[in-house]
Design a protein around this ligand. Structure first.
Ligand code: GUN
Length: 291
C-alpha cells in the first residue's frame, strides 16, 4: 500500500482564494481593507525569506502589508515602542514579530506587548490561555494549518488517538489543544519520551513537530495512520552545498505504511502563511464586531 499524499500546496491555494474573496467583501460591505504588519529584526537569512513570502502573500490577497525591517542591534525599548505604535494604528489588524529575535531582546516581553486582538501568531499568553480554556482565540498558524489538513483527510476524528511528537508553544501544545477540542484522545510525546516508537505505533494520527530530521521511522507508523509532518530540516549537502529538505518523518519508509501523509516540502509549510492571512481576517472582523 502507498499512502495518499496530502497536498498542502493545493489546500493553501484554495484557502488564499477564499481569503481574497473575504477581503473583497469587507471592502465592499464595510469599506475597509485588512492590514498585516510584520516586524523583522536582524538579517537571519531564513527569517528574511519567510518575511518576504508573507509580504507577497498578503498583497496577493488584496490586504495591506506593512513591513518593518530593523537592524540587529535595535534595542528592546525601541522594539516595544514600535509594537505600541502598531497596536494603536487603526489600519493594522494583525501584528507579527518574526522569531527568533536577537539575544539581547526578551522575546516574551515583546510578544506579550502585542495587543492580543491583533496577535495573529497566537503567541500572546492571553491567546494561549483562551485556547487552553476552549474559548475563542487567535491560534498559532502552523497547528491551525495542520488541523485543516487533518480534517480534510479524516472527516470523523472524534475518539481517534493522536500522538504529537514535540511540545513547543508554537506547534506541539496548541496542536494538542485543537485535537482535544475535536474530541481526539491526545498524547504529547517529545525527544526525551521513553519508548517513543511504541507510543507512536498506537496513533491513528501522528503529528511530527520535534525538529529532528527523519527521526520518525516507517516501522513506528500504525498501518493506515494519518501522518502530518511539521518538520522542515535542511540536510547537509556534499562539499558544503545546500542539502535536501526533509521532515521529521522518514518519508519513503512511512509512505509505505501510512494511510495518508504530508510531503516535505509541500505539506504543512504552505498552510502556515495561508492561515496567517485567515487569522488576519479573523482579527480584523472581531475587532470591528463583525461575525
Ligand atoms: N519563525 C518561524 N516560524 C514563525 C512563525 O510562525 N511566527 C513567527 N512570528 N516567527 C516564526
Amino acid at each position: 500500500m502507498t499512502a495518499k499524499r496530502i497536498d498542502g500546496k493545493a489546500t493553501a491555494a484554495d484557502l488564499r482564494a477564499a481569503v481574497a474573496l473575504e477581503v473583497d467583501e469587507l471592502e465592499e460591505k464595510h469599506r475597509f481593507t485588512p492590514g498585516l504588519a510584520v516586524v523583522l529584526v536582524g538579517e537571519d537569512p531564513a527569517s528574511q525569506v519567510y518575511v518576504g513570502a508573507k509580504h507577497k502573500a498578503t498583497l496577493e490577497v488584496g490586504m495591506k502589508s506593512f513591513e518593518h525591517r530593523l537592524p540587529a542591534d535595535t534595542s528592546e525599548a525601541k522594539l516595544l515602542d514600535l509594537v505600541q505604535q502598531l497596536n494603536s494604528r487603526d489600519d493594522v489588524d494583525g501584528i507579527l514579530v518574526q522569531l527568533p529575535l536577537p539575544k539581547h531582546v526578551d522575546a516574551t516581553r515583546i510578544l506579550d506587548a502585542i495587543d492580543p486582538k491583533k496577535d495573529v501568531d497566537g503567541f500572546h499568553a492571553l491567546n494561549a490561555g483562551l485556547l487552553a480554556a476552549g474559548r475563542a482565540a487567535l491560534v498559532p498558524c502552523t497547528p491551525v494549518g495542520a488541523m485543516r489538513l487533518i480534517r480534510q483527510t479524516l472527516p470523523h476524528i472524534a475518539g481517534l488517538h493522536a500522538v504529537i511528537v514535540g511540545r513547543s508553544n508554537i506547534v506541539g501544545k496548541p496542536m494538542a489543544q485543537l485535537l482535544l477540542a475535536a474530541d481526539c484522545t491526545v498524547t504529547i510525546a517529545h525527544s526525551k519520551t521513553r519508548g517513543l516508537p511504541a507510543i507512536v505505533r498506537q496513533a491513528d494520527i501522528v503529528v511530527a513537530a520535534v525538529g529532528r530530521p527523519e527521526m520518525i521511522r516507517g516501522d513506528w507508523i500504525k498501518p493506515g495512520a494519518t501522518v502530518i509532518d511539521v518538520g522542515i530540516n535542511r540536510l547537509p549537502g556534499a562539499d558544503g552545498s545546500k542539502g535536501r529538505l526533509v521532515g521529521d518523518v522518514a518519508f519513503a519508509e512511512a509512505e509505505k505504511v501510512a494511510g495518508a501523509i504530508t510531503p516535505v516540502p509541500g505539506g504543512v509549510g504552505p498552510m502556515t502563511i495561508a492561515c496567517l492571512l485567515a487569522n488576519t481576517i479573523q482579527a480584523a472582523k472581531a475587532r470591528r464586531g463583525l461575525s
